[in-house]
Every structure is written in C-alpha cells, then in structure tokens.
Design a protein around this ligand. Structure first.
Ligand code: IGM
Length: 452
C-alpha cells in the first residue's frame, strides 16, 4: 500500500506539525540503517544501540523521513510517544485496508515448516507472501505486513511467543482469517511457565481472529478450556482430520488424509512433517482456492527455507538452540536474554562474529556483556576476531576457564578446535545456544554436535 508522509502522520496521530513538511509518497520502512534506500522511511528502534543515534546515517543512505520520539532538525519526521507502537498501528491500518486474507501460524515446533507449506500450497493459485526468516515477533510481523507486495492476495504470517501475551498483540495486528496452532511443546523448552500457560498464550491467537474466522488446533486436551472461536477444527488421531497410511523413506514420505483423495508426497521424513503438511492441505481446501491436484503438486515440490531459531536435540540428548544464519547486536542480545530466562541448570553460549557492523563493531560486540550473567549462562565459547574484545571483558566476570576463544581470520581458522572442545565438554544435561553471522559457518558446528 502506497502511503504518504501526511497519511502516516494521521494514522499514528503524530504530535508534531508534520503538515508543514512537504507531502510525498514513502518507499519502504526500515529499522536497519544498512537496508535504507532512496525514498525510504526510517524506524528508530531501541536495540543494543538506540536507533535515534542512526537517524542522520539513515538520511545519508537515502531516507526521506523518520519516526522520532524526540524533536529533530535533520529531516522531516513524525513525532510519536513510541516508535514501535506507531509502527504497529501503521501495520494494523495496512492490514485492515488491504483486500487480503491472512493465515496465522503459531506453535512450539514446526511453525516455520507449516508456514512454508501453507505458502507453497496457496502460491499454486494465488499471489502469496509469507514471513521471511525469523520475522515473527512484535517487530518482524508488522515489518512483514509493511513489506508485502501490492498484488498480495494471501498473507501467511508466523507468530512467535517468547512471553505470555505476545500472540495476543500479534493476532490483534494481523486479524487472521484462519489461525493455526501446530503443537504445544514442552515447558522446559519455552521461556516461561507451565505447559498450561504456554497453551493459554498460544490460544490468544483467537483474540484477533475474525468473527467468521477458522481456528485449527491439535487434538491436545490442554487446549480445550481456552477455546472461544466459533469455527474450530481439531487435527490428530483423536481429532476430525488426521493422517492415514504414513510411509517414511530416507528423505521423503508418503501419506493419505481422511478428508481428501489420493496419496500425498513430501520431500521430508518424520510424522510431524506429515502433520504439518496435513495442516497445509486442510487450510488450502478451506480457502476454496485450490484443487487437490495442485496441492499434491505443491507438496511434492516443496522448497523449504532453512529454519532460523529452532530447538534441536542431538543423538545423545543435548538440547541446541541454533540461530546461525544471520546476526545483529539486537537479535543476539534478545536471544541471550531469552536463553538466560529459560529454566535449566547448565547453559553454554557459542557466539560467533556479527558481520558488517562497521566502525562500531567492537563496541557492539562488547555490549553483549550486558546480556551475559555467569550464574545463568555458565560457559562461553567465543569464535572470531570481532569477539575478542568481548572475550576479554567476559574473562573479568567469569571464573577461570569458563570463557574460551577461537580465532578465525585470513590465516587461521580454529573451528575444528572449537568443535573438539565442545564435544569434549558438553554433556546431555546441557543446553547450548549457537549464534553468529552466516559467514562464520556455525551451521557446521551444529551439524557436528547433532551427530553426537
Ligand atoms: O531481532 S531482530 O533481528 N528481529 C528483526 C524483526 O524480526 C524479528 C527479529 C532485530 C530487532 Cl527485534 C530489533 C532491531 Cl533494532 C534487529 C534489530 C536491528 O536491526 N538492530 C540493529 C542494530 C542495533 N543495535 S541493526 C544495526 C544496529 C546496524 N547498525 C549497527 C547497529 C549498522 C551500523 C554500523 C556502523 C555504524 O557506524 C552505523 C550503523
């Protein structure tokens, strides 16, 4: 949706005299100054650094206006109490005034796969846009709405729950036509409370569900007390829709379902993946946009994006929280905070360089010390040149031997030492967080840990 500066000012009830700025159509809205292009609008957020510090950099990169919580003189701006709230109001507006259908997906595991499968199925017949990467939180979801192409007909949104109440906010912004919960996981792998509380939080996906909307949930009895939607469909062996005749191969599976014809194929093993596909089949049919044969085709030809942040369990039972495909200081700080809050006695963080942070890089890496509590995250494995300043700081607050450092530069790469030492020191009661930029190849470390 094309919007002008004055329209946005009205939508978010900006407090300054923005009408005195010339009105112009706004390009994309971006919070990372590195992504700003000519004509874009800047969104200063508080991350490891305060985004307001980057307003002039954003302008240099081509931004023509910005939100701001303070008066500024550099460029046209919309003054608001809270930049993030304004951004969320804007996304709610765009959702409400777009002729689209929204499908929301949450759940402890499988939500990314299910989102990708639903999007693959819907793409067979309709212009479909989906959550990219891990953009499933209170910033990423409105960002996804603001970045959907003009021609979008179906928007498939992933919703993550780090804290109780997150899903309520996301659902109220997204106003889903269809809401899907993939599963309720185990309490010790979530960042809060009991399994009941997790279920209650996820069921808040109903809070923004349209009155005519459809809720699709597992047949898990823990959800029953929280149902208030008018249209509900339960899946699973005790539900109304389920898998029949599941056959598993090395890298593909086939199965049938009790509500549609034929044998389906997916390029994935694991019954949970067949269940995720069942959700995509059911949702696809519920929209009345697809034929069975198009759904068969979409699932058999799935191209899955690698999961971003997801719990993995190694052969020997070590729990890994892997997020190894992109890194910025805010995301790393947030991940460390969540990991810190998690119940569990023995935690290890493996942190690798965050790239492209320019002249502030060392300071931004060092700022991670604010997210490291030696009593909560007991051991650190730091990998890469940019991590050295953090290693020095951490050594001051951690016991001797609890912080280890591994080099990676043009001449030397100690990744294999990192792997050997990790395998040596981890036991199956440990929880391990791995995070760093893609180019640090922590995915290779994750792979080796999983084999053990
Ligand atoms: O966790 S996130 O990645 N998130 C995105 C939305 O979807 C869910 C996940 C995330 C969040 Cl929640 C919030 C923020 Cl503010 C990312 C960011 C973010 O992009 N933070 C960034 C910085 C901080 N703090 S991007 C960025 C910085 C780039 N900036 C440095 C600080 C580049 C830069 C380098 C050198 C300079 O001199 C000036 C700027």
């Amino acid at each position: 949706m094309k919007l002008t500066l004055h329209q946005i000012g009205m939508i978010v009830s900006a407090e300054n005299d923005y009408q005195s700025f010339p009105d112009f159509v706004i390009g994309n809205i971006e919070f990372d100054s590195r992504k700003i292009k000519d004509g874009d609008f800047f969104l200063p957020l508080k991350g490891a650094r305060d985004g307001h510090d980057f307003i002039s950099l954003a302008q240099k990169n081509g931004a023509i206006a910005t939100f701001s919580e303070q008066d500024i003189s550099a460029m046209p701006y919309l003054k608001v109490k809270d930049n993030l709230t304004a951004f969320q109001q804007l996304a709610s507006y765009v959702r409400a005034h777009s002729d689209i259908k929204v499908i929301a997906v949450t759940g402890s595991n499988g939500k990314t796969t299910t989102k990708d499968m639903i999007a693959a199925v819907m793409s067979e017949s309709c212009h479909t846009y989906k959550t990219q990467g891990n953009y499933n939180n209170e910033i990423g979801l409105p960002y996804t709405i603001m970045h959907m192409p003009e021609k979008t007909e179906y928007l498939i949104l992933e919703m993550g729950q780090d804290h109780f109440g997150d899903i309520k906010l996301l659902s109220e912004i997204a106003r889903p036509d269809i809401a899907v919960i993939t599963m309720i996981g185990e309490a010790h792998l979530e960042f809060f409370g009991s399994r009941e509380k997790i279920a209650e939080g996820k069921m808040q996906i109903q809070d923004g569900l349209l009155d005519t909307g459809l809720l699709v949930i597992p047949d898990d009895p823990i959800l029953e007390p929280f149902i208030n939607a008018q249209r509900v469909k339960r899946f699973g062996t005790m539900g109304e829709v389920f898998i029949t005749n599941f056959k598993e191969g090395k890298s593909k599976s086939t199965f049938s379902v009790n509500f549609a014809e034929g044998e389906f194929e997916i390029p994935l093993s694991g019954i949970y993946n067949a269940n995720n596909a069942l959700l995509a089949i059911y949702v696809g049919l519920a929209t009345h946009q697809l034929t069975i044969s198009k759904i068969h085709h979409a699932l058999a030809n799935l191209k899955l994006t690698r999961n971003r942040t997801e719990w993995l369990t190694s052969e020997s039972g070590i729990e890994l929280l892997s997020d190894v495909y992109n890194a910025n200081p805010t995301a790393m700080g947030l991940t460390l905070d969540s990991f810190t809050e998690l119940p569990g006695q023995s935690k290890i963080a493996v942190l690798a360089d965050m790239k492209e942070l320019g002249s502030d890089s060392k300071a931004l890496h060092q700022s991670m010390i604010l997210h490291l509590n030696p009593e909560k995250i007991q051991r650190l494995f730091l990998y890469g040149e940019e991590m050295w300043p953090l290693a020095e700081l951490a050594a001051e607050i951690y016991p001797r031997g609890a912080v280890r450092f591994y080099q990676k530069n043009a001449n030397i790469d100690e990744q294999s030492d990192l792997i050997v030492d990790l395998l040596d020191s981890i036991s199956n009661t440990d929880q391990v967080l791995l995070k760093g930029s893609n180019s640090m190849h922590l995915d290779q470390v994750v792979e080796k840990l999983l084999e053990n």
